[in-house]
Design a protein around this ligand. Structure first.
Ligand code: HSE
Length: 437
């Protein structure tokens, strides 16, 4: 049986998970793939800590170049993370004609186009199933299974940390800090948790998925990103009373000459299947023309789910190698020459429904002043809710609008803030409705 030699750069949680699967699933992998996958070398700056994996004959070394420059290694797995040394190591590996597998969504979102070019130049594969949605086979779905479809829209929960926090606040009334700490203890959060809670991790994943869905270059910089720091139990309670759940969604929709790509807390009703996706779970609903709606659901983070996705890439590349057909699948789902520039809609141009919550002075005429300004800006109010008088003389006023343009809403909010009717910034949460609503 042919032997394919593998090196891993980065022996952290995911790297150790990959090593563990390569060792413990050796027989299953060999019988499924028809080749021996030999984990030859792992490189990490920490060669001392016991990761609980029996490495057998695998070498654990300090210097990544022992893998990158080893002519005997066919596939390199990058599980270091970050955008500095990981980027250089991958570029060097591609230059050395190694196939590369990475889980590094931040790197792909920022420099993926360059990595794709480098892989093309060197005629090797670059695979990244583990970069989006953990073990959900979303890359494979977009690149292969849905090849005959125009992807109309994608709507997804792609960050386990945020979903865990929102679920915990919603179910237990926890405060934000406690919920985040608990997510960190469970190992879901990034080393820098602002990547999670400020929405950037979700945006990285959306940038990658948009490219695969629509044949566009990876474009992170034009995605509108808002995180969940300002979501309070008060808004979660109000949302519940209107039949909505608040989720941090990645939304990607194709229009004739542009795409919509945004990440923000979103109110969704019970008719949206994503409203039932709780805790650290991830899910994506893809609406495509031939298939209609398809939903994938699974663990978006964690050692073994992520390692499982990395192994699926290793298996693909190994199967290519043994059948003599490298680069069988275009890296971004379309041959590089067919990838087109597609602009992302600017946020001011978005039309959607809004939940607005004001801390209003409890004075006569305040409600009519706020609704007057909204009306002057073309914003039609669907419903208004006012809770009883508070001890400090302020009352929360909540309004749900009909579909309005973001530009009008932002202009109206600025005008409302200039009046003496409200205190502090209003809370704005966009509402996403399904076709059935
Ligand atoms: N920090 C990420 C999450 C890990 O919470 O989903 C997986 O990308």
């Amino acid at each position: 049986m042919k032997i394919i030699h593998i090196g891993i750069l980065g022996y952290g949680v995911v790297g150790a998970g990959v090593a563990k699967l390569l060792k413990t699933k050796k027989q299953l992998l060999e019988s499924r793939i028809g080749t021996v996958l030999n984990l030859k070398t792992i490189a990490d700056i920490d060669t001392k800590t016991d990761r609980g994996v029996d490495l057998g004959t695998t070498r654990l070394v300090l210097d990544a170049n022992e893998i990158i420059n080893d002519p005997g290694i066919d596939i390199i797995i990058e599980t270091i993370g970050g955008k500095t040394i990981a980027r250089q190591f991958i570029l060097n590996a591609l230059e050395n004609k190694k196939h590369v597998v990475t889980a590094n969504k931040a790197l792909l979102a920022s420099f993926g186009n360059d990595l794709v070019k480098a892989a093309r130049k060197n005629q090797v594969d670059l695979a990244f199933e583990a970069s989006c949605g953990g073990c959900m086979p979303i890359i494979k779905a977009l690149r292969e299974s849905l090849v005959a479809n125009d992807i109309k829209s994608m709507s997804a929960i792609l960050n386990g940390t945020c979903n865990y926090i929102l679920t915990k606040i919603s179910r237990e009334g926890s405060n934000f800090e406690d919920a985040l700490r608990s997510a960190q203890e469970l190992g879901y959060a990034e080393a820098e948790p602002s990547l999670d809670i400020d929405g950037f991790d979700t945006a990285h994943k959306l940038a990658i998925l948009n490219s695969l869905a629509h044949g566009m270059e990876i474009n992170l910089k034009d995605i509108h990103v808002e995180g969940i720091r300002n979501i309070t139990p008060v808004d979660i309670e109000f949302a519940r009373s209107f039949g909505y759940t608040i989720k941090l969604l990645a939304i990607g929709k194709i229009h004739e000459n542009y795409v919509e790509a945004r990440v923000h807390p979103t109110m969704i009703s019970g008719s949206n299947p994503l409203s039932y996706v709780d805790s650290s779970m991830n899910a994506i609903v893809i609406d495509a023309d031939a298939t209609g709606q398809t939903m994938l659901y699974g663990h978006g983070a964690g050692m073994m789910p992520t390692a499982s996705a990395v192994l699926s890439d290793i298996a693909d590349i190994a199967r290519n190698i043994i059948s003599g057909s490298k680069r069988r699948l275009p890296i971004l789902g379309y041959p590089e020459d067919n990838i087109k520039p597609l602009p992302i809609l600017s946020m001011e141009e978005l039309y959607t429904k809004y939940y607005l919550r004001f801390e209003a002075q409890d004075h006569p005429g305040v409600l009519s002043k706020i609704s007057g300004i909204l009306g002057e800006n073309n914003i039609s109010i669907k419903s208004v809710h006012q809770k009883g008088r508070k001890s400090n003389g302020k009352v929360p006023i909540v309004m749900i609008t009909h579909i309005a343009k973001e530009e009008w809403v932002q202009k109206a909010l600025k005008q409302i803030l200039k009046t003496d009717s409200v205190v502090g910034d209003p809370v704005v949460i966009r509402i996403e409705e399904t076709d059935q609503e």
